[in-house]
Write a protein that binds this ligand. Structure first.
Ligand code: B12
Length: 440
C-alpha cells in the first residue's frame, strides 16, 4: 500500500518560530477533502502543523503540502526538507495557485487551483514515474461534486467543536486585492444540496453540531442560499460563515438565517472610506449604510464580526484612528484588521507594481502586518504604526468591556459575549507582542 502524507503548515512568527497552538479551533477542509479524493489503496495521514509536529522521518511515499498566504514560506521550507530527504513533494492551495511560476520551483509538482479534477491523474502519474510539473483544471461553472471528506482522519486531533463544510466556492464580486477573485475570476460554483446534507449528517453522526461554512460569500446566489437554509433548518445545526454586508438589506433571508441556526456572520467591510473602497473595485460596498445594515443583522439575532484593512487610497492617519469610533459605535465584539497588502497574482499587486509604489519586493514577507507599498496619504512607516495603534486602542480593557459586556444582547446570549470577551483578552496579549490576531 502506498502512503500519502498531507500537511497544512503553520506560518512563522516574527521571532522565526512556527506558530503553535494547543487547539485548532477552525479546521479547513483541504486536507480531509484531498484524502477523500485519494483512492482506497492509499493510506493517508493528515498533519496540522499548528497543533502537531511534522514527521520528517515519515515512511510516506508522497508528501502533499498546502499553502495559505504568508504561511507559504513555511510550506516551502517543509517542501525543501522533504526533497532533501529524497521524497516527492506536491504543492497546492491558494497561495501557490496565485503565484504558480514561483511556487513550482520548490516542489516536484504543483496543483493550481481546484484539485478535484486532477488529483487522481496526478497519483497515477506518480506511480508510473511520469509526474508533470503542473496540473490545472478548474471546476466548470454550475454545480460541482466532491466526495465525503475524510472527517474520520481528524479523530484524536485537538480541534474545536466546529467542523468545516463548503457549499460554494468563489464569489461574484471582483475586489482587486482579493485572492478569491484572482483564482475564481468572479465565478461562484456550488455543490448539490444533497451532498451538503450528506456531509452535515456525517458530521452530526461524529457527535459534532457546529458547522463552519467555509464559503467565501454565502450571499452569492440568493436562490441557492434560500434552499440551503431550508436544509439547515431541518438538520438543526449551529453554524457561522462569511458574506457580503448587503445581506443586511434582506429581512426575509435574515429571518431564515436565524431560524437555520446561523450564529455569527463575518463581513469583509475593508474600510469606512468610500474612496478606498472605490479604488479596491468594491464600489458595491457603501460605508454610509454600514451602521444600518449591521444593526439590522443583529436585530435578527445574528452576531456580526468584521475584517477590515487600513492603507487604502482614501485613508489618512486621522481616518485610521477614527476607525476605532466606528467599531465601538457598532459594538463589534471581535474586530480584525490587516494592512492592505498586494498579494502577488492579484490585480492590486499589478497596479501597485506598475505605479512604482512597491517598497518591499520580498513577497514572502507579506503578512498583512507591515506596509509593503507607499500609501497615498502617509509613509509606509506611518501606516504600520497607525495599524498597531488602532489595534492597541481597540484592545484596551475599557474598549473590550464596551464592545462585549456593556451591550443589550448580553442578556439574550451571555455565553457568546463572555466567550468573545476572552477571545478579546487573548487578542490583547497577541497585539502587545505585535502578533496580528487570527481566528486560529
Ligand atoms: C479555514 C481557513 C483558515 C484556517 C485554516 C485552518 C487549518 N490549518 O486547517 C485558519 C483560520 C487557521 C486560517 C489561517 C490563515 N489563512 Co485562511 N482560510 C481558510 C478558508 C476560509 C477555508 C480553507 C478551506 O478549507 N477551503 C476549502 C478547500 C476545499 O479549498 P482549498 O483550501 O482552496 O483547497 C482546494 C485547492 O486549493 C487544493 N489544495 C489545497 N491545498 C492543497 C494541497 C495540495 C498538496 C494539493 C495537491 C492541493 C491543495 O485542493 C482543494 C480542493 O480543490 C480560506 C478561504 C477559502 N475559501 O478557501 C481562507 C484562506 C485560504 N486563508 C487565507 C489566509 C491569508 C490565511 C492566513 C495567512 C491569515 C493570516 N494573516 O494569518 C492564515 C495562514 C495560516 C496558515 N496555516 O498558513 C487566504 C489565502 C490567500 C492566499 N493568497 O493565499 C484565504 C483564501 C482567505 C481569503 N479570502 O483571502 N485560514
Amino acid at each position: 500500500m502506498k502512503k500519502l502524507l498531507l500537511i497544512q503548515p503553520s506560518p512563522y512568527q516574527k521571532d522565526g518560530n512556527v506558530v503553535k497552538k494547543k487547539k485548532l479551533y477552525f479546521v479547513g477542509l483541504s486536507l480531509p477533502l484531498l484524502a477523500a479524493l485519494t483512492p482506497d489503496d492509499w493510506e493517508v495521514e493528515l498533519i496540522y502543523e499548528v497543533i502537531e509536529d511534522v514527521p520528517f522521518d515519515t515512511d510516506a511515499d508522497l508528501i502533499g503540502v498546502s499553502t495559505m498566504g504568508h504561511g507559504i514560506i513555511r510550506s516551502i521550507d517543509i517542501a525543501k526538507e522533504f526533497r532533501k530527504r529524497g521524497k516527492t513533494v506536491i504543492m497546492g492551495g491558494y497561495m501557490a495557485s496565485i503565484m504558480p511560476s514561483e511556487a513550482v520551483k520548490y516542489c516536484d509538482s504543483l496543483v493550481v487551483g481546484d484539485a478535484e479534477l486532477v488529483w487522481q491523474d496526478l497519483l497515477l502519474d506518480f506511480i508510473s514515474g511520469e509526474l508533470k510539473k503542473t496540473y490545472e483544471k478548474p471546476l466548470p461553472n454550475g454545480y460541482f461534486s466532491t466526495p465525503l471528506p475524510r472527517f474520520d482522519l481528524l479523530k484524536g486531533k485537538n480541534i474545536g467543536d466546529f467542523l468545516p463544510v463548503q457549499a460554494g466556492r468563489g464569489c461574484p464580486n471582483s475586489c482587486s486585492f482579493c485572492s478569491v477573485s484572482c483564482l475564481y475570476k468572479g465565478r461562484y460554483i456550488k455543490r448539490p444540496l444533497d451532498e451538503v446534507i450528506r456531509d452535515i449528517e456525517q458530521i452530526k453522526s461524529l457527535g459534532y453540531k457546529k458547522i463552519l461554512l467555509l464559503d467565501d460569500n454565502i450571499f452569492s446566489d440568493r436562490v441557492y442560499l434560500n434552499k440551503l437554509l431550508d436544509t439547515f433548518i431541518k438538520l438543526k445545526i449551529n453554524w457561522m460563515s462569511q458574506c457580503e454586508i448587503t445581506i443586511g438589506k434582506d429581512d426575509q433571508l435574515l429571518r431564515k438565517l436565524y431560524e437555520s441556526g446561523c450564529q455569527t456572520l463575518s463581513f469583509g467591510l475593508e474600510s469606512t472610506s468610500r474612496e478606498s473602497l472605490l479604488s479596491m473595485d468594491k464600489a458595491w460596498a457603501r460605508p454610509d449604510e454600514y451602521d444600518k445594515l449591521i444593526q439590522n443583522i443583529r436585530n435578527h439575532g445574528i452576531d456580526v464580526s468584521t475584517e477590515m484593512v487600513v492603507g487604502g487610497e482614501g485613508d489618512t492617519l486621522e481616518s485610521i484612528k477614527k476607525t476605532k469610533d466606528f467599531i465601538e459605535k457598532n459594538k463589534i465584539s471581535v474586530p480584525r484588521f490587516y494592512i492592505l497588502t498586494p498579494f502577488p497574482g492579484t490585480r492590486f499587486f499589478d497596479q501597485i507594481k506598475a505605479s512604482g509604489r512597491l517598497v518591499n519586493n520580498d513577497i514572502y514577507s507579506y503578512d498583512g502586518t507591515s506596509a509593503v507599498y507607499k500609501p497615498k496619504n502617509m509613509t509606509p512607516e506611518e501606516l504600520t504604526k497607525a495599524y498597531w495603534e488602532l489595534y492597541g486602542d481597540l484592545f484596551t480593557i475599557k474598549s473590550i468591556l464596551k464592545r462585549n459586556i456593556l451591550r443589550r444582547e448580553i442578556l439574550k446570549t451571555p455565553f457568546r459575549y463572555i466567550f468573545n470577551m476572552f477571545v478579546n483578552l487573548y487578542y490583547r496579549e497577541q497585539i502587545k507582542r505585535r502578533i496580528t490576531p487570527n481566528i486560529f
